[in-house]
Each structure stands twice: as structure tokens, then as C-alpha cells.
Write a protein that binds this ligand. Sequence first.
Ligand code: FES
Length: 116
Amino acid sequence: MSDTDTWISACSTADLEPGTGLKVPGTCPPIAVFNIDGEYFAIDDTCSHAEYSLAEGYVDGDTVECELHYAAFSVKTGAALTAPATEPVGTYSVRVHDDQIQVAATQRCVIAESRL
Ligand code: FES
């Protein structure tokens, strides 16, 4: 997390079961957070192949497979693991604060509540 980041609440820990992910509300470009065996990880939600939501994908171990053309990404590192994606996606720091899963997003990545 850098000085220009801010913590954004994604959801409560009770709302993100192991092996699932969701799109973090109020972030642009969008961020997705995943529960991998009780650990939380955040990556860009937008697939680097053709801009589909990775939160809609299939979680298998510590990877997520894009629902559109089935490229797989590491949820931990953002690396593109299989074609057709060749470029990684970004990663973000995650913390749990008062049972809320929060991700560190750059200020420009946060949409003002009034614009939602
Ligand atoms: S949009 Fe994700 S693999 Fe094509």
C-alpha cells in the first residue's frame, strides 16, 4: 500500500465464502477480491484478454478462470497462466478490519459515492 492508496470495503467476511470472488463496489477500474482457503486476495477485475469480469469466473485452487474464453490467472500474483491471456492483471493489498474485507486502491481508483 502506498501513501496514495485508500482502504475500500468490499464486503463482510461472512459474505465471501472460500473458493469465491466478487467485484468490489465503487472501484474504477474495477477490483475483484477472492477468498482462497480463508485468505483474501485482490486483483484487477478486468481480464487482460478482452475485458470480461474475473469475479464472474471459476475459482480453482488459487487461480481464477475467465468465464468468457477460459484464460486462467493467479489470484495471488495476477499472472496470466494460460492462453488466450498473455498479460498479467494488477494486484492489491487486502486487510480485514472489523469483519470487513478491505482492498487498498489508488485514489483515482475510487468512485465518489455520489456518482454510483
Ligand atoms: S475475456 Fe477473459 S479470456 Fe477472453
